[in-house]
Ligand binder design. Structure first.
Ligand code: PMP
Length: 364
């Protein structure tokens, strides 16, 4: 079988070792005679899988004891509503940083619950940069500040963590880390809450991980459904209802793989090398172009265009023939996008760059 390198933005490539292990354990998990899919979420087998997944996540990300880890369904998109429902805590407004399509979705949803104060935006330059913290105009009465550390569509990433204390502002920092979660070390204590859909760096679709500081729980906007109250899930170890059991199990395998790889610091080193390989090439040619400002380029999602957009279809066709798939940019922006999450091996990026060089040489 030809080797396929999958550059999809999500659901995305998973480590080959994880898929092989899942295959081997598919019909009989550890001699239980059952697939993980068939297990009761309250049985001791699955409880052990859930506990190990949480413990590995806590260890890898260094999650302090005063933070709850929740395994939810509903995708990161449900969090766009659950964040204001749970974190407004009687306040009337919330700060949002607008750096692209996913920020905009979070903002749109938050407006249903509160006044949204846009503390900074890069819309003036088509979302190709991150507004530096010294130009942020923060509503100090607001309940929290929400931002999107990595904009999956625009390929714009914060290579720094906002420092609200430095700005003399005291409020929880909330991050939609869907497309950069576990791709680099993180200091959880700097955040009030982090959420991430699993389907990019840590597992299959259907699971959303929430990490939230305990003292923020317990006050919801009137009318909040039980299932949308973080406290419901925190008080019940994410077992109030049936959690997405199989995605949690695969996530557990991905976390074990991450530990074997050397953890987040080592993952970051590999991710920097992969991203540099691609960006260095993009900067050296004028056949291709990356629209994002150098300092704010994403290590995970690399958007680029061909100077002659008439060649887009041919590029995608030939790439596919070489086993390089899912390179088409998001329908809202066009062009190309190579998503190079944790599970994309360095070899995949090398093969892509070689293909791009050859395509440029033969089509210049
Ligand atoms: N936020 C970001 C940054 C994303 O990339 C995505 C998915 N591409 C979402 C939110 C939405 O996630 P979901 O489809 O799991 O609701």
């Amino acid at each position: 079988m030809k080797h396929i390198y999958n550059f999809s933005a999500g659901p995305a490539v998973l480590p080959a070792e994880v898929l092989q292990q899942a295959r081997d354990e598919m019909v009989d998990w550890h001699g239980s005679g059952m697939s993980v899919m068939e297990m009761s979420h309250r049985g001791k087998e699955f409880m052990s899988i859930a506990a190990k997944t949480e413990a590995d996540l806590r260890e890898l990300a260094g999650i302090p004891d005063n933070y709850k880890v929740l395994f939810l369904s509903g995708g990161a998109s449900s969090q766009f509503a659950m964040v204001p429902m749970n974190l407004l805590r009687g306040k009337k407004s919330a700060n949002y940083i607008n750096t692209g399509e996913w920020s905009k979705k979070a903002i749109k949803e938050a407006k249903r619950y509160c006044a949204v104060h846009i503390a900074a935006s890069s819309e003036d330059a088509n979302f190709t940069y991150v507004p530096p913290q010294n130009v942020w105009n923060i509503d100090r009465e607001a309940a929290y500040l929400h931002y999107t550390p990595n904009e999956t569509i625009g390929g714009v990433e914060f290579n720094w963590t906002p420092d609200l204390a430095h700005l003399g502002v005291e409020m929880p920092l909330v991050a939609d880390m869907s497309s950069s979660f576990m791709s680099r070390p993180l200091d959880v204590a700097r955040f009030g809450m982090i959420y991430a859909g699993a389907q990019k760096n840590v597992g299959p679709a259907g699971l959303c991980i929430v990490i939230v500081r305990e003292d923020l729980l317990g006050t919801t906007v009137p009318g909040t459904p039980t299932m949308f109250d973080y406290k419901t899930h925190a008080d019940n170890d994410s077992m109030y209802n049936t959690p997405p059991t199989y995605p949690m199990y695969i996530c557990g395998l991905v976390l074990e793989w991450l530990k074997k790889k050397g953890g987040l610091a080592e993952m970051e080193r590999i991710n920097i090398a992969k991203a540099n390989l691609l960006y260095d090439f993009l900067d050296k040619t004028d056949f291709y172009h990356c629209p994002v400002g150098k300092a704010d380029r994403s290590r995970m999602n690399v958007p680029f265009t061909l100077k002659d957009t008439g060649l887009d279809e041919e590029f995608l066709k030939q790439a596919k023939e070489q086993g390089l798939v899912q390179l088409k940019g998001h329908r809202s922006v066009g062009g190309m996008r190579a998503s190079i999450y944790n599970a994309m091996p360095p070899e995949g990026v090398k093969v892509l760059v070689e293909f791009m060089k050859e395509f440029a040489r033969t089509h210049a």
